[in-house]
Design a protein around this ligand. Sequence first.
Ligand SMILES: Nc1ncnc2c1ncn2[C@@H]1O[C@H](COP(=O)(O)OP(=O)(O)OP(=O)(O)O)[C@@H](O)[C@H]1O
Ligand SMILES: [Mg+2]
Length: 353
Amino acid sequence: MKVTLEQVTKKFGKTIAVDNMNLEIRERDFLVLLGPSGCGKTTTLRLIAGLETSDSGNIYIGDTLVNDLPPKDRNIAMVFQSYALYPYMSVYDNIAFPLKIRKVPREEIRKRVRNIAELLKIEELLSRKPGQLSGGQRQRVALGRAMVREPDVFLMDEPLSNLDAKLRIHMRGELKKMHQRLRTTTIYVTHDQAEAMSMATRIAIMDRGVLQQVGSPKEVYDHPANAFVGGFIGSPPMNMWEGDLVEKNGKLKIDTSFFSYPLPPDLKEIAASKVTLGVRPEDVTIDKEKGSNAIKVRIDVIEPMGRELLVTLVSGDATIKMITPSDRTFRIGDKLKIKFKEGKLHIFEGKPL
Ligand SMILES: Nc1ncnc2c1ncn2[C@@H]1O[C@H](COP(=O)(O)OP(=O)(O)OP(=O)(O)O)[C@@H](O)[C@H]1O
Ligand SMILES: [Mg+2]
């Protein structure tokens, strides 16, 4: 079912946790709500769940306005970071619990718990207690308990953050598979941009209560709407330099205090003259032709990352991060000329963050 937020605002005293948010989560989306700590992700989720009341605006689940609907009548299921399982109940009873309190007939409960257990591959664990499970297994039980009610919408608030790195990556894949099978609309909160990129059908990026951009992982990576999104998505982060847009002989270029660089003519729609130039480390390349645009740099740091090298270059006081295949031989102190890949320059209005 789709979920729509219309001009939703939520304040806590003077803090505007969610600021005039407009967002449509489409039916079957796996929408990841992404942003730094304190930007309003959990509050947004709690508003959708009905655990918080907005100060203004409307929230719809499907076509139903739910502003005044209590959480239990919204047919949504939430999974939190700290998923409290009942320690004295078996896995079976933990999963069955939401159905038991809704007085679902015993046979129906048995069938649904079995189905969920099969889907999550926890059939052999049904008679165990939560204390006898690994972290990832416990997480799956918590998911099972959320899924068993067959909700219209899943809300998940950093559900994998308590797991170790390897298990977290495994569970990302499992959740994604589960979504592909069940197709239930899911809103998933994380502050981890890599997690967002790997799981989302669409990403909504927030900063200080304000929605910055909504789009597919590729859209927000290739066409960040502003410097915040450009800097938040991608690791290592985008290089950014403050500069002035200058037009000379009909040609556009950017002047930073370290270098000057020509810009493609289609960037002209930018109104501001003070801008930020953003270039991702993988879009920095060595200029073998030694063209006139090339920027002279010196190698400062070399960090092997397996298949690739992360090279820190300096030019005056500027540092430039470059990712390059690791079959190259570089030495600290080497002098190079670099350029930026065509079509991969980002110009944002205003200063870098
Ligand atoms: N119950 C509350 N009372 C007062 N302020 C609150 C309350 N809940 C949240 N806030 C404030 O609202 C803002 C948004 O908080 P929220 O929990 O939504 O952030 P978040 O994006 O989930 O952060 P994190 O990634 O750290 O979980 C923060 O400034 C927070 O301090
Ligand atoms: Mg939170």
